[in-house]
Design a protein around this ligand. Structure first.
Ligand code: 6PG
Length: 476
């Protein structure tokens, strides 16, 4: 793809000039690509172009979908940056009669992957062509370099890859824009990214609770702890911003900002999509499930208030010395590894089930920069997954060693938290998963016996011998 086209038309179009769309459009223009833009509200389109400064020379504002289409060179590529769901279908339906079969619509929103599958299947029958790309990094990422996870027909990805690579974040010069597989593969990976984002955030919030309620630390002191952790194994964007938010002061009251923010978390649903699909694929992601449940319970403030009135406040200050900050850091390291091990295992399962490429080492690489879960650990994960993409991450020697060093601390924190009424659902379920995954003789023999007793479902014997049913007699 050349930087100027012979017709003097735009090389790409973009629909939807909300925060993410306008930032992405500026990013594209800044990288030297001519772009035509359209927004449902015409004044928004013109205000955007007027505010684009010197980048305005690369931007063509248009007043109708037909004008947008006419402003783009053939074969056209148009990015949709509109709310996920029906709006995407509506835009595709409106564009279809205006586009050629070989034109390409790129949905860059947080779509449900099964919707992307359906849209890709429709596109294959009636055109135009369709790509679903996951874009992570929030407003700042969209403007200066997001992480991009692509799904669809490989040739369509290849067609726009030069633009997507140019606008993406770079890790040591390597673009964070990768093709994940057919149809909804890119949006699936983005959904798991978001699930991991939920769990990572939740675990950070849980250790915040241990420090605040269990250790009696104030927000400024907690900020200092996160700052310190950000220089070690836990270095990551989410730890960095947690240090920043804990240090912030409310200009209105002079109190720590964290102390005036209501503890009721919102969500747009991507975390929930991830856990539903994980259950469908029998590839459980308990740390992510716990993070979603924690958000849901946080929203039920009235019930929590009623619970506290009946049972008394649960979080109590721990005896001094119960947990030290190094133990807490190690617990978070262990929790984080377990959460990512679950997430990558889920992506691997989806790849097998849906026949998608799902290059696990490349997924770790594409998350190293630009996205919300970027962290130092992802480079080591990329190395471990390159060695063996089919091995669970917790068994890769580098992470197995780290876990050997840190799971004791995780156990200590989860136990102390339980004894003192400090809720740590993500850390605790990460630990439970770890213990199940390192136990050869589990308790499922009891489940099999129960199933056989009440339903004659049968079981396998450990000695491999004959006899699939127990001697339950008339009780069976
Ligand atoms: C990203 C984020 C982003 C997400 C927000 C809010 O990768 O840039 O994942 O896509 O929409 O973080 O998500 P929730 O409202 O579900 O918390």
């Amino acid at each position: 793809m050349t930087e100027e086209n012979t017709e003097g038309r735009a090389q790409i179009g973009l629909i939807g000039l909300g925060t993410m769309g306008s930032m992405l459009a500026l990013n594209i223009a800044e990288k030297g690509f001519a772009i035509a833009v359209w927004n449902r509200t015409t004044t928004v389109t013109h205000a955007f172009a007027a505010g684009a400064g010197e980048l305005a020379a690369k931007i063509t504002p248009t007043d109708s979908l037909a004008d947008l289409v006419a402003a783009i060179a053939r074969p056209r590529a148009i990015i949709l940056m509109v709310p996920a769901g029906q709006v995407v279908d509506d835009e595709i339906a409106a564009l279809r009669p205006l586009l050629d079969k070989d034109d390409l619509i790129i949905d860059a929103g947080n779509a449900l992957f099964s919707d992307t599958n359906r849209r890709a299947a429709d596109a294959a029958i009636q055109g135009p062509r369709f790509l679903g790309i996951g874009v992570s990094g929030g407003e700042e990422g969209a403007r200066h370099g997001p992480s991009i996870m692509g799904g669809g027909v490989r040739a369509d990805w290849d067609r726009v890859e030069p633009i997507l690579s140019a606008i993406s974040a770079k890790y040591q010069g390597i673009p964070c824009a990768t093709y994940m597989g057919e149809a909804g593969a890119g949006h699936f990976v983005k959904s798991v990214h978001n699930g991991i984002e939920y769990a990572d955030m939740q675990m950070i919030a849980e250790v915040y609770g241990v420090m605040r309620d269990g250790m009696g630390m104030d927000a400024v002191a907690i900020s200092g702890v996160y700052d310190g952790w950000n220089k070690g194994v836990l270095q990551s964007y989410l730890i960095e911003i947690s240090a920043a938010v804990a240090a912030a002061i409310d200009p209105k009251t002079g109190s720590a900002m964290l102390d005036v923010i209501l503890d009721r978390a919102g969500q747009k649903g991507t975390g929930r999509w991830t856990i539903i699909e994980a259950q469908q694929l029998a590839a459980p992601v308990p740390a992510i499930e716990a993070a979603v449940l924690a958000r849901n319970l946080s929203a039920r403030l009235d019930e929590r208030r009623a619970g506290e009135a009946v049972f008394g406040a649960a979080p109590v200050k721990m005896a001094v010395g119960t947990i030290d900050l190094t133990t807490l850091e190690q617990a978070l390291i262990a929790g984080k590894i377990l959460c990512y091990a679950q997430g990558f295992a889920l992506i691997g399962a989806a790849g097998r089930e849906f026949g998608w490429a799902m290059p696990l080492p490349d997924i770790a690489r594409v998350w190293r920069e630009g996205c919300i879960i970027r962290s130092g650990m992802l480079n080591d994960m990329a190395t471990a997954l390159t060695d063996d993409p089919n091995r669970n991450l917790m068994l890769a020697p580098f992470f197995a060693d780290l876990l050997k060093q840190t799971h004791g601390a995780l156990r200590k924190v989860v136990a102390a938290a339980a004894l003192n009424g400090l809720p740590v659902p993500a850390l605790a379920s990460g630990l439970a998963w770890f213990d199940m995954m390192r136990t050869e003789r589990s308790t499922a023999n009891m489940i099999q016996a129960q199933r056989d007793f009440f339903g004659a479902h049968g079981f396998e014997r450990m000695d491999g011998g004959e006899g699939k049913h127990g001697p339950w007699g008339s009780h069976g």
